[in-house]
Design a protein around this ligand. Structure first.
Ligand code: SAM
Length: 287
């Protein structure tokens, strides 16, 4: 029997149900079994694992997760996909479909109620229009997950994994690296999707750290400094931070930069996450 991901099967399902792809919901379905195997291998899914999938579509990734894991909770916003999923996944009793907008859900409550004290893994071919909000929701709300293995735009994956001093390094790199170890696993061309997206994609795994990478007394100050420093990334730190949203006085900034051993003429893009933490903690002492 054809797998859901085979191009022939996918086209057959789409035709049978008269399904119309929604661009605004980021619907690009995977039709390459090799890529699906790579995602599952990269996520290290085994028979003990509880998995949360965001956006099952017609179920091609879901089928693969269900075959390798203990169970799958799949959250799908589009109710026109529900009758399709009911049929395509009818042989998998370990799959539960939840018809919700993932961004509006209480994910901590979901994990508590459905998975109890186990830490699930998130696996998804994400809708690209909400890639960052979905990642940040899991991380900022401190949902107890082990990892996220996700297909996202290549450009976003590069920004997430970027190191200081590179053009891709920015607020997203720091926001994600604060909570996770990121690792890009593979690059994916548009040809493995129906319909084909306009951009290249990457699969990235984010292993969630037991506690944030650096200790910060006040996360609002830490992220506020990062945002201001990158808001004007061509300016020196002193100028960028004194004209940013935190509205910090130059005298106070000079004192805090000096106490942190950071030259005021450096630019924000050269500071690593530990230096931002030191800066934020020295600022917190003086406010
Ligand atoms: N997993 C399928 C695959 O790989 O073929 C489909 C992936 S497709 C890129 C993204 C899926 O996410 C679509 O099924 C779309 O309807 C769903 N989706 C979009 N926005 C969502 C949201 N806010 N919450 C839950 N699902 C969403």
């Amino acid at each position: 029997m054809d797998r859901i991901s085979s191009p022939r099967k996918t086209k057959e399902i789409v035709q049978k149900y008269g399904f119309k792809f929604s661009k605004s919901l980021g619907q690009n379905f995977l039709i390459d079994q090799n890529i699906l195997d790579n995602i599952l291998d990269g996520a290290n899914i085994c028979s003990e694992d509880y998995v949360i999938e965001v956006g099952p579509g017609i179920g091609s990734l879901t089928q693969n997760i269900a075959e390798r894991s203990n169970s799958v909770l799949a959250i799908e916003i589009d109710k026109t996909l529900l009758p399709i999923l009911k049929e395509t996944l009818k042989n998998y009793s370990n799959v539960e479909i939840i018809n919700e907008d993932v961004l509006k859900m209480d994910l901590n409550k979901l994990v508590k109620e459905k998975i109890a004290d186990k830490k699930p893994k998130v696996v998804a071919n994400l809708p690209y229009y909400v890639t960052t909000p979905i990642i940040m929701k899991f991380l900022e709300e401190k949902v107890p997950i082990e990892s996220l293995t996700i297909m996202i735009q290549k450009e976003v994956a590069d920004r997430i994994q970027a190191k200081p001093g590179t053009k891709d390094y920015g607020t997203l790199s720091i926001a994600v690296q604060y909570y996770c170890n990121p690792k890009i696993l593979l690059k994916v061309p548009p040809s493995v999707f129906i319909p084909q997206p306009k951009v290249e994609s990457s699969v990235i795994r984010l292993d969630v750290l037991e506690k944030p990478r650096v200790y910060v007394e006040r996360e609002d100050l830490f992220f506020g400094l990062v945002k201001d420093a990158f808001g004007k990334r061509r300016k020196t730190l002193l100028n960028a931070l004194s004209s940013g949203n935190l509205k910090l006085e130059k005298d106070l900034l000079r004192e805090v930069l000096s106490a942190s051993n950071i030259d005021e003429k450096r630019r924000g893009e050269t500071l690593n996450i530990e230096e931002y933490a030191t800066l934020a903690n020295n600022l917190a002492k003086r406010l």
